[in-house]
Design a protein around this ligand. Structure first.
Ligand SMILES: Cc1cc2nc3c(=O)[nH]c(=O)nc-3n(C[C@H](O)[C@H](O)[C@H](O)COP(=O)(O)OP(=O)(O)OC[C@H]3O[C@@H](n4cnc5c(N)ncnc54)[C@H](O)[C@@H]3O)c2cc1C
Ligand code: FES
Length: 262
């Protein structure tokens, strides 16, 4: 699969809450070849601080050659990204990793928690492109509070999936976790669950799916220095005493391939 290093022009900066931002970047080669669940490595600074690129899921692509990332400010790199200006250029490398494997014949149940919502818009879009209709499909989005989800809801609604929400503080949808929603609804027969979010959430989703015999794909995170298999810094324990490198073998896995410690 082809990968590109592009000088991407910032075309839009959206701020959704104090720390949540969405950037639209013009990088046609990456936009054209990206698949849902893949990620890009972005150099956030011109100088050496921070030295390493930062990984971000591809939130959405457009036919106009643009990609979006949806991110939260947690440190130096994301702080710099939150303050970029329209017209600035960022070095973007990608698309990287293995994405979700969608099945056009099976109902999709998409579960995104926190920043794990980021890759799910691209997945929902591709899912609707592959199917005549998405009447049997479901998406469950969860976050700490309303502001982290509400600005994205119209984007998700355009794809025709049934949409449910959950927030930790009860400000939108179910008061509690997305896993509680997943457990309480009747899932469509023959569905596949696609999940991305914090580790405890995905461990919970895996448990529910295992119990009900539902196939589940998860997108996991790890600390990444290179994003392309060179540093081996992204290793994670997998089944049968082996290790997997998330940047190469993931970030999307069948949940049953991984070891869940929580
Ligand atoms: C495949 C992949 C996709 C990702 N997609 C997104 C996304 O769509 N949106 C988004 O907001 N974030 C995403 N992340 C996480 C994002 O890469 C980190 O938040 C970012 O690198 C932090 O950079 P920083 O310089 O701001 O913070 P740093 O100063 O590097 O770190 C700040 C804090 O965040 C922790 N941290 C840094 N990277 C990670 C990580 N990968 N996992 C867990 N904790 C981390 C550090 O331990 C530290 O406590 C993704 C990570 C991976 C591996
Ligand atoms: S991040 Fe370097 S090998 Fe995966």
């Amino acid at each position: 699969m082809s990968q590109y290093q592009e000088k991407a022009t910032v075309v839009r900066v959206e701020q959704f809450s104090e720390k949540n931002f969405r950037l639209t970047l013009d990088c046609p080669l990456i936009a054209e070849s990206a698949k849902p669940g893949q990620f890009v490595m972005i150099r956030t600074a011109v100088g050496k601080d921070p030295l390493l690129r930062r990984p971000f899921s591809i939130h959405q692509t457009s036919k106009a050659g643009r990609i979006q990332i949806y991110f939260k400010v947690v440190g130096r790199g994301t702080h710099i990204l939150a303050h970029v200006k329209i017209g600035e250029e960022l070095s973007v490398f990608g698309p990287l990793g293995k994405g979700f494997r969608l099945n056009a014949l099976a109902p999709a149940v998409i579960v995104g928690g926190g920043l794990g919502i980021a890759p799910m818009l691209f997945l929902a879009k591709e899912n609707s492109r592959l199917k005549k209709n998405c009447d049997n499909d479901l998406i469950i989005l969860g976050a700490r509070e309303k502001n982290e989800i509400a600005p994205l809801l119209d984007d998700f609604r355009q794809f025709g999936l049934k949409l449910l929400t959950a927030t930790d503080d009860g400000s939108l949808g179910h008061h509690g976790f997305v896993t509680e929603v997943l457990q309480s609804v009747e899932l469509p027969a023959g569905c596949i669950v696609y999940a991305c979010g914090p580790e405890p959430m995905m461990a919970g989703v895996n448990e529910i799916c295992r119990f009900q015999g539902i196939p589940c794909q998860v997108s996991v995170e790890s600390v990444m220095a290179c994003g392309m298999g060179a540093c081996l810094g992204c290793s994670r324990p997998a089944k049968k005493g082996t290790y997997t490198h998330v940047c190469l073998n993931g970030p999307v896995y069948d949940a049953e391939e991984l070891i869940w410690n929580i």
